[in-house]
Design a binder for this molecule. Structure first.
Ligand code: FAD
Ligand code: NAG
Ligand code: NAG
Ligand code: NAG
Ligand code: NAG
Ligand code: NAG
Ligand code: NAG
Ligand code: NAG
Ligand code: NAG
Ligand code: NAG
Length: 589
């Protein structure tokens, strides 16, 4: 690798079978070629400039614009409005300058696409694919740019941005497959999400129709892109299965440019790969029809445990005890994400959990409350007011929509976090052999002193219906035995330099993720919320489905036009970085 990089720097790209053309190569398409593509897509081609360019001296500098960019920078919604806006980039090559000047004194496009097709139709998508193929240019598919393993990025690439595809949201009282003859087992209603909508859009639409759609906890995530294709969990997944489990039909543009309908009867292998096998690699999805479930009343429970008198250790121990009960809580119908974090000072455990009740009966309500009291609160009360403060409250809501609307969904201001995660089954959580408090101690340990920008997440978004395998799905089989998706998020200080950032990454992978794996061997994790530097990512993210998925990838994209880092079927190509963070994509055999 080192030798190859040196040779590459000397201009000897020929050591690889082939490299994609980049803007510094002679083979990069001419301005005329780009203009021709622009005409084909009716003027919807953008030549990208770094968003924070106005912060840097030179042409386009504007202190005023820079101020507005800086103040909006950590908003996921703001980032998603740009063709090259990314929520959690692993490499930031043009930050708003005052924020992190120390680490990156320059501004360039870095790992981001050079051109973007702001597609509105299948024809635009096909034109982008054809152009990339004809001119040997790297291609990426982008929706919101929320991906945390930079799968919607690519150095020197052309991007197909699906955000502007807006063919509407459509409600069906009963699902009828596009090719009428395909029998469906689903007798309920359905929603077609016809383009680059986010979950907030779909939730509002579902609420109007009195149904529940299985989407993200965060309303800003895109519906039909990496989220759904990679699994997709949220407040309703425990009750109905993952987002990928809900898909009845996809419309997809293939690498060949052909628009097809994939369902259980036609393109069934592609349909299956797109239900859990990850985004970005099999084709470009333009719409998805998903199951809609009749709404139900909700019991919400919120709990805060706040350390008193600096007694963080007591909160850690209380959290360890709760963690051991999460499998049982999940079995009792609770769902949601609990957070342990010291961000505002004392260590705090907090959860907004929900219980989707079968009906409005007192019996259903009381049995749910009983479970929470018995499993969690009874243990906490003896130390209330001494070690920590316990605040607990129940509330009922007539519908899922009313519950969701009552919650705050502010994802904490992005500080360029990194994360590692692991599935835990119920047995592992409950085994007296496992010291969960000790695990929490390991994962919450600050990488450098006084770096309290961390959060531990306990996602009980699995269990329940997620435990039942569904036909034509391809997500990591570990989902089907998990009761908890355990997740550690760390963030380095804003002024951290390259070496310090590396220290944070290494500590996360080598110590924290390792501790999770040691306690839950053979489980793996969720590919969309994982440590991108996990050396065992293929096994950990896909389990034994990887090889099958790679065959489907090869069948539908034989020339590897859809290549992404940490995606199925990316063998045989690598980004040649020569010691930098990014570089051209080259074929290695
Ligand atoms: C703030 C935030 C909150 C989150 N909350 C949740 C959550 O509650 N539950 C959960 O499960 N996950 C959550 N995630 C993780 C989320 O599932 C991933 O980030 C996911 O990749 C986002 O998909 P996207 O299409 O919006 O993002 P993008 O970065 O645009 O795309 C992600 C991947 O999908 C591909 N892709 C995008 N669109 C298409 C398409 N139309 N066809 C084919 N491939 C496509 C891209 O090439 C890339 O590989 C969250 C992430 C963030 C940043
Ligand atoms: C494409 O065409 C539109 C409309 O004419 C123009 O605004 C845009 O700048 C062009 N894009 C590029 C990359 O030249
Ligand atoms: C950056 O710092 C300079 C000097 O401190 C200041 O004048 C300027 O307003 C800052 N810009 C932003 C966008 O914060
Ligand atoms: C960005 O933030 C400023 C406040 O500093 C606000 O006035 C402006 O509307 C925001 N812009 C966008 C596009 O969100
Ligand atoms: C489905 O319909 C499309 C076009 O409407 C047709 O080309 C295709 O052959 C049909 N597939 C099946 C399995 O009937
Ligand atoms: C319907 O259910 C049967 C039996 O579980 C299964 O074999 C079949 O694949 C299902 N059909 C669809 C379209 O999912
Ligand atoms: C309400 O739901 C509970 C399960 O939570 C069930 O046992 C009970 O029979 C239901 N009651 C009515 C009236 O449907
Ligand atoms: C814990 O104690 C505080 C104050 O002493 C009280 O307000 C709160 O209701 C108690 N919590 C519970 C769950 O009883
Ligand atoms: C449950 O009761 C509430 C009022 O208490 C009512 O608004 C709601 O429609 C009821 N839900 C169901 C499913 O009966
Ligand atoms: C579990 O680990 C914690 C923290 O290291 C420790 O205080 C406790 O004694 C351990 N418990 C058992 C049962 O070993």
């Amino acid at each position: 690798m080192h030798l190859k990089s040196l040779l590459l720097l000397a201009g000897a790209q020929s050591v690889f079978a082939k490299c994609k053309c980049t803007p510094t190569d002679d083979c990069w398409p001419s301005v005329d070629s780009w203009n021709a593509l622009n005409s084909t897509v009716n003027g919807k081609l953008a030549h990208n400039k770094p968003i924070a360019r106005p912060c840097y001296h030179g042409p386009g500098y504007s202190a005023e614009l820079c101020q507005s960019i800086s103040s909006n920078w950590t908003s996921n919604v703001y980032q998603a409005t740009f063709p090259i806006g990314y929520s959690y980039p692993l490499v930031e090559s043009c930050p708003p300058v005052n924020a992190t000047l120390a680490g990156y004194p320059q501004c360039d496009l870095g790992n981001y696409p050079v051109y973007t097709v702001k597609a509105t139709t299948a024809a635009d998508v096909a034109a982008g694919i054809k152009f990339a193929n004809d001119h040997n240019v790297r291609l990426v598919i982008k929706n919101t740019g929320h991906d945390i393993s930079q799968r919607s990025q690519g150095y020197g690439s052309l991007s197909i941005w699906i955000k502007s595809v807006k063919d509407g949201l459509h409600f069906h009282d009963r699902f009828v497959p596009s090719n009428g003859s395909c029998p469906s087992n689903w007798t309920g209603s359905a929603i077609t999400v016809g383009g680059g909508y986010v979950w907030q859009d779909v939730y509002d639409f579902a609420g109007e129709h009195g149904v529940i759609a299985v989407g993200g906890a965060d309303p800003t995530v895109g519906a039909i892109g990496g989220f759904m294709q990679g699994g997709g969990h949220g407040p309703a997944s425990h009750f109905f299965g993952l987002a990928a489990d809900q898909v009845l039909e996809y419309k997809v543009v293939l690498a060949s440019g052909k628009l097809v309908t994939a369902n259980a009867c036609q393109y069934a292998d592609l349909f299956t790969a797109l239900r859990g096998g990850g985004g970005g690699t099999y084709g470009v999805v333009l719409s998805a029809t998903i199951k809609a479930h009749p709404t139900r009343p909700v019991l919400g429970h919120s709990l805060d445990i706040v350390a008193l008198n600096g007694n963080d250790a007591a909160v850690l121990e209380a959290t360890g005890k709760i963690m051991s009960k999460l499998g049982a809580l999940s079995d009792a119908g609770y769902s949601g994400t609990a957070i342990l974090t010291p961000v505002s000072g004392p260590l705090v455990y907090t959860h907004p959990f929900l219980n989707l009740l079968e009906n409005n009966s007192t019996e259903a309500l009381e049995s749910a409350k009983d479970a929470m009291n018995r499993l969690v609160l009874d243990d906490l009360l003896p130390q209330n007011g001494t070690s920590y403060l316990v605040l607990s409250s129940f509330a009922t809501y007539p519908t899922f929509h009313a519950y969701y609307a009552s919650q705050h969904h502010t994802t904490p201001g992005s500080n360029r976090p990194i994360m590692a995660s692991r599935f835990f089954d119920k047995q592992t959580l409950e085994s007296p052999k496992n010291n969960l408090t000790s695990l929490l101690e390991t994962v919450t340990k600050e990488t450098v002193p006084n770096s309290p920008l961390w959060a531990t997440l306990f996602n009980i978004v699995t269990g329940g219906k997620v435990l039942q395998p569904a036909p034509h799905t391809s997500m990591n089989p570990a989902w089907r035995k998990a009761h908890l998706l355990f997740q550690q998020i760390d963030a380095w200080p804003e002024n951290a330099g390259t070496e310090e950032i590396q220290l944070f990454r290494d500590e996360l992978t080598n110590t924290k993720l390792k501790a999770m794996k040691d306690m839950a061997p053979g489980m793996g994790t969720y590919l969309n919320e994982a440590d991108p530097y996990d050396p065992d990512w293929r096994q950990d993210w896909f389990g034994d489905r990887y090889n099958w998925l790679a065959l489907v990838k090869k069948k539908y994209d034989p020339d590897n036009v859809f290549w992404c880092w940490r995606c199925v079927g990316n063998e045989g190509w690598e980004e040649v970085t020569g010691g930098a963070w990014f570089g051209p994509l080259c074929e290695t055999r």
